[in-house]
Design a protein around this ligand. Structure first.
Ligand SMILES: Cc1cc2nc3c(=O)[nH]c(=O)nc-3n(C[C@H](O)[C@H](O)[C@H](O)COP(=O)(O)O)c2cc1C
Length: 342
């Protein structure tokens, strides 16, 4: 693919760094539901309708969270390159496919934002589904994860033992529903398992099967477990629910930014995270999860955190050029204004 590029704000190398870094974000089933558009100083994160999960993510919550995570990576990378940034979520009613608009402001020779220092963690972060070590996570580190979520307008609520016991029941119910929904199983089969070079979750990244009952989501539940090893999992992982005050696409996008912010902080401490989202994917169970965290916070994701006992496997990514929609050098004052006002 030949890229015509004459943007005066970013060199071609910087553009590559920016867009390829954005694509390293986590997304449900590694669908990578994003496209990017760069117009002068404006970088748009767009929804790719061809990469959604209509059966498993009917509302679009998880897809939006992925877009928010990609937007956070853009902010980290822009900060590393010295740009100040402002952003708007759902900036343009005439362009509903634009989930986040990031405006690259003035450029400084020194780092403009502390999040730029997280750039080195982008490639080190992986979802880890294997057993965790028994080592206790320091409250100081947990507080840093909380602060990262808060910085993006979300909250991380750590479950106590009672809530964890309740959650196990909810997860059990969700696993049952998951196994008996043909549409969801068919959809998952398209994205999970096997060897993969562009998207989806390859078998190597699924982690071992738990030798005994464990709090971990097996993404390949219901499929052939041929050639999967097994391992004994920890008995009491730290579990947190990521919540937001509202429950709409803007809140989901913010939750994605919060997720990626806290995941990168976690990575900087060699902590790994995996997901127990089956309990929030079903509306009837989500209300039970909500009861575990209080009346008003809206649960978006359930995270299992700890120090990995094994190595996390990588998942593939699309070539960055294929996620880039267009490169336009026009300057649109209206777009810039929308970003500055946000
Ligand atoms: C919104 C969202 C939901 C996810 N849900 C799950 C899940 O329920 N179970 C799971 O094992 N992984 C889940 N993941 C992790 C993705 O599978 C993972 O991000 C993707 O495969 C890319 O791999 P990586 O995170 O190692 O880069 C989720 C990720 C996101 C962003």
């Amino acid at each position: 693919m030949v890229i015509r590029y004459d943007n005066p704000v970013l060199s071609q190398d910087e553009l590559r760094i920016l867009i390829s870094s954005a694509g390293l974000a986590p997304s449900m089933h590694n669908t990578q539901p994003w496209r990017f558009e760069v117009t002068g100083r404006v970088v748009d994160v767009l929804l790719d309708e061809d990469r959604t999960l209509p059966a498993e993510d009917r509302s679009g919550r998880m897809t939006r969270i992925g877009l928010g995570a990609a937007a956070f990576n853009l902010r980290v990378t822009a900060a590393m390159l010295g740009f100040e940034t402002t952003l708007a979520v759902d900036p343009d009613p005439d362009r509903p496919d634009v989930a986040v608009r990031i405006f690259l402001g003035s450029r400084r020779p020194t780092a403009t934002s502390p999040i730029g220092s997280l750039y080195g963690e982008l490639r080190r972060r992986h979802t880890y589904r294997g057993p965790l070590m028994a080592a206790v996570v320091s409250p100081l580190v947990l507080e840093q994860l909380n602060a990262a979520a808060r910085a993006e307008g979300a909250e991380l609520r750590w479950l106590d033992q009672y809530a964890e016991t309740q959650l196990k029941r909810i997860l059990h119910a969700a696993d049952y529903l998951d196994l008996h929904d043909e549409d969801r199983l068919t959809e998952r089969g398209r994205w999970i398992g096997g060897d993969r070079t562009r998207d989806g979750v390859p078998q190597a990244a699924l982690g071992p099967l738990p030798a005994r009952s464990a709090i971990v989501r097996d993404l390949a539940a219901g499929f052939d477990h041929h050639a999967r090893s097994s391992a004994v999992f920890e008995t009491n992982p730290r579990i947190a629910v990521l919540t937001t005050a509202a429950d709409d696409p803007v809140a989901w996008t913010r939750a994605g930014m919060a997720l990626q912010h806290l995941l990168l902080i976690a990575t900087s401490y060699d902590l790994t995270v995996s997901f127990l989202n089956q309990a929030v994917e079903y509306a009837q169970l989500r209300s039970h999860v909500q009861e575990l965290v209080g009346r008003s916070p809206r649960p978006q994701l359930i995270l299992r955190a700890g120090y990995p006992a094994q190595t996390a496997a990588e998942t593939p990514r699309l070539p960055w050029q294929q996620t880039l929609d267009s490169l336009v050098d026009d300057w649109h004052p209206g777009i810039v204004q929308a970003c500055s006002d946000a």
